[in-house]
Design a protein around this ligand. Sequence first.
Ligand code: PEP
Ligand code: MG
Length: 589
Amino acid sequence: MSSPGMISGTAVAPGLAMGPVYVVRATPDVVPSWSLRAEEVEGEIARLHEAIAAVTGALEARRRRVAEQTNEQDAEIFAVHRTILEDPNALDRVVQAIRDDRLNAEVCVQRLIEHLEQVMGGLDGDSALRYGADVSEPWCAVLEELSSSERRGVMAREERVVLAAADLTPHVVTYLDRERVLAILTETGGRFSHGGVLARSLGFPCVAAVPNLMSRLEKGMRVIVDGDRGTVQLGPDEGAVDQFLERRRRHVARREALAVHAALPSHTSDGRPFALQTNVEGLRDVETFDVGHTDGVGLFRTEFLYMERSEFPSEEEQYRVYRRLLELLEGRPVTVRTLDIGGDKRLPYFDTPDEPNPQLGWRGLRIALQWADLLRVQLRAALRASAHGDLRLLLPMVSSLDEVRETKRIFEGVRDQLTDQGYEIAEDVPVGIMVEVPSVLFVLPEILEEVDFVSVGTNDMVQYLLAADRDNPWVAHLYDPYHPAVLRALQEVAEASRRAGKPCSVCGEMAGDYATALVLLGLGYSGVSMAPNFVGEVKYALRQVTLADARELARQALREESAVGVRALLEEARRRLHDSLTGEETSTS
Ligand code: PEP
Ligand code: MG
């Protein structure tokens, strides 16, 4: 039963958490905007003054440094910038806007910048233009200072928080150190948004698409997040807190029961092996799980290595990361996916266009082939690391045989170059593709002649197959991994791989659901790769069934005509497996 403070959204990542909420105001490049209550106005003006003082101090320090290192004349510009910030008219304009419109300082400073640029743009001549840029520049620095001071404030405190934001982006999920985050809440987004994928991977309970979330939250308000049911309890009373504590106790008991199975080999009860691998986004992820419980890394989303920096990582830096990952995995395979940016994964330092339809746009391998030097650097790093373990390469967003051939040509070129330069590299570095774009389903036999394995990226494949953006809450009801078309496409991939004698796996989020994983086994997949949190559960399920059981489940699933039927079938399978573990209530997924 729901209570007045209870709101619902989409269950993105499982788990329960309780704590104070911290609102992440914006994504990079977007000026954050929020309304102020009357009693917050003076505090906001004080925050503006602090930011101006910080920028003034920094300008003076730069003036002195440049004067010492070059000459007084070059340093003069910083003194001019300081004077601009001291202009009482400009300051009044911002303060007045904060008071009258009750808006945060960032928005009011942004309006001033636009005003200054408009005024200067109206003047004629190059020098006026230059002056226009100069006049707004120190205010841009104030804007930046305001945004980062917000963040520094929360960074400085020790408490753990529930992060809340408008959009479910990777930026929001990685806003604070992992240890500081209890859960994630967002107003938009869905289970398969990249932010959602990341939240699952980091083990944060996450609820997205919560209507009017931002207007219902207050700073520091205590909330209970239920990532299994997709609910948020605002300001819970004593009874709700007791219930939360009881449910969390059961969750912990279940996790402990699963942990007993986690170290056992990954095979069915009749001994059929099925690789259970882990998806990682960086080296830090490996610290959160026991490598002895996994059969390797089935997907290393290397774009996060690129996203956490202020410039492209060098060959050397990437080499060190890949090599370290191979060492940490102690001989188990590590599948390095080449850079998969675009869509909702953007690099702050790489100016990609604002596309009308980014999911159908400049993404993944398309960027890598156009910016082939980027790809070459990454391939050089990966191939050099291959001397230290079992490294495999995985290509994202492939849509044609030509792309595969072109990438392989680049790959061979890099390998020859490294060999000529005397680097030691593994004799065999398998190359595989992600099956994500539906066109690949129809040319898979030809592509399989060129590659060593395939891995289905169901997060993307579902969105492209069903024409339902994985990030768009308006079509979230249409984005359905249990649509019979998805199961049939998965069957096609398994069949084509079997005919070609090449292994196939799934590394999208479907792989982390234990009932679905059994269907994949039944369809003929050789393994799955998932966020570390789910390995225990999937391994437990796998060890309870025979290969014949899994095949029968797959047969039944394929016979269903609608997602409703598939869902009911898998729900039943889940219940049987779950009850045999703890006898607890089953959470739906
Ligand atoms: C996928 O699309 O299923 C996948 C694993 O890749 P990503 O989620 O990073 O797009
Ligand atoms: Mg993908």
